[in-house]
Ligand binder design. Structure first.
Ligand code: NAD
Length: 250
């Protein structure tokens, strides 16, 4: 049902973004991938999904502008690229703070401001932001990430209100722990910050948060993103959808 629609998913060479890209491609969307990685693997992904790829770095406004220019007008925008750093606040590297806010929050402002004119003109659009359970609640040692994710929730609600009468919706999807390279990458720092072993981090820190005791699957997030693009979801806007195994219900 997405044929004729162009969908740009930031940070879609890996993890959750790639799963959303696959789900959109399966529904017939013309997919534009973004993100870093091995050139041959990205070329293979493009073949598999009939997609194009723009490798712009979204840490800067110029990078976001380059992405939007090369992607062309998009009907569906998924702001998904994100990064994490785990450290106590008094040791938190300033450059990491700035990068996390730039990528997880500010990039979504730039891509959205550049995508909205076309969506308004068409009278249809979908903006979906990958937030996190950490947009609703906090865990220690993730000050920049939690601030960025609470921020994207506020940004999404604001543009949902601004666009409410235009046919364009804006929503967040808030996963709990999903097994992706982003999660694997934070295990060593969490071991260090909390003085725990790898298994203790997985079972006593990560899965301890999720009443289901299971990691969320990237494909489940793809299915939710597809639902938000349906006509029947036209009145779903300004929402922040948890998909976290019950974490934020506690
Ligand atoms: P991932 O590390 O697997 O993928 C991140 C993607 O972003 C990759 O494609 C990477 O190349 C791209 N990227 C990184 N820096 C970039 C930059 N400067 N410019 C452009 N692209 C860049 O991560 P993931 O786990 O799939 O995370 C995707 C999103 O989901 C993030 O916003 C993350 O905060 C959020 N999230 C993840 C989890 C989880 O448990 N994995 C939970 C909640 C929210």
């Amino acid at each position: 049902f997405l044929s004729g629609k162009r969908a740009l998913i930031t940070g879609s060479t890996s993890g959750i973004g790639l799963a959303i890209a696959r789900a959109f491609a399966a529904e017939g969307a013309e997919v534009v991938l973004n993100g870093f990685g091995d050139a041959d693997e990205i070329a293979k992904l493009c073949d598999e999904l009939g997609a194009s790829h723009v490798g712009a770095d979204l840490l800067t406004a110029e990078g976001c502008e380059e992405l939007m220019e090369k992607a062309g007008p998009v009907d569906i925008l998924v702001n998904n690229a994100g990064m994490q750093h785990v450290s106590p606040v008094d040791e938190f590297p300033v450059d990491k703070w700035n990068a996390i806010i730039a990528l997880n929050l500010t990039a979504a402002f730039h891509t959205s401001r550049l995508a909205v004119p076309h969506m308004k003109q068409k009278g249809w659009g979908r903006i979906i932001n990958t937030a996190s359970a950490h947009s609703k609640t906090a865990s220690p040692f993730k000050s920049a990430y939690n601030a960025s994710k609470h921020g994207i929730d506020g940004f999404t609600k604001t543009i949902a209100l601004e666009l409410a009468q235009t046919g364009v919706t804006a929503n967040c999807i808030s996963p709990g722990y999903v097994w992706t390279p982003l999660i694997e990458g934070q295990i060593p720092d969490t071991m260090k910050a909390r003085g725990l072993s790898r298994d203790e981090v997985i079972n006593d820190v990560l899965l301890a948060k999720q009443p289901t005791k299971k990691f969320v699957q990237p494909s489940e997030i793809g299915a939710l993103a597809v639902f938000l693009c349906r006509e029947e979801a036209g009145n779903v806007t300004g929402a922040n959808w948890s998909i976290d195994g019950g974490w934020t219900a506690e």
